[in-house]
Design a protein around this ligand. Sequence first.
Ligand code: HEC
Length: 233
Amino acid sequence: MLCWATDDKAPLMHAEVSVTDRASLQRGAHLFVNYCMGCHSAKYVRYERLVKDLGIPREVLLSNLVFDPAHKVSSTMSIAMSQADGKRYFSTAPPDLSLAARAHGPDWIYSFLHSFYASPSRPTGADNLVFPGTAMPHVLWQLQGIQRPVYRTEQRQDGSELRVLDRLEMAVPGSLSADEYSRTILDVVNFLVYLSEPVRLQRERVGIWVILYLLVLAVIVWFLKKEYWRDVH
Ligand code: HEC
């Protein structure tokens, strides 16, 4: 008997994210608006945050990142496609990604975007190792290329055979090398981590001042203590 192992959980790859890497966040923002916002919104974030947090000048933001003519710098990163239309087109509406990095964790998203493979029986022509049966098409196939599944056969105890997915191999190369693709995906994941907690950058900046303040305070208190005890002795 030949059957599919569907209960195997694919191991996750590790994403080395860094929300203080501005260059990576800027590249990630660019990729996000070009490759993801056709379907996904990030409606809890306003574009103008990107001006402040990522250091993207207003004019650059307007000409390179804001495509919807109805949008201004003060608009939220919403999209025109309604949830109902999304459901009609893809059977599952593409969710808002503002909080995706918190819901799934960066490793999961990083692995998800690496793990699409050709599956002609699926409506999108693609399936995914870490999210089997996903309704999302492999939107980055031109960059990554198209991977093909390689199966192996395992003998079960009752003598039957089990066909399991062994690995993915590149069938049609994309415009990026494997390393370049991984770096590109890391930028997007980095940006999604930033999106899911935009105040984090601010908090880290404030944190440094708080620590400096405490250090200065400690020195003052130490001198004060010396001063008081001099009279006592
Ligand atoms: C053509 C439309 C389309 C584009 C473009 C697209 N996605 Fe998706 N995405 C979907 C759909 C549909 C789903 C829902 C999949 C499901 O639940 O089966 C989804 C799901 C996801 C999920 C899982 C979210 C969750 O909470 O379950 C993540 C993460 C994701 N997409 C990231 C991205 C990123 C990053 C990009 C840009 C590189 C992108 N998507 C581009 C259609 C799209």
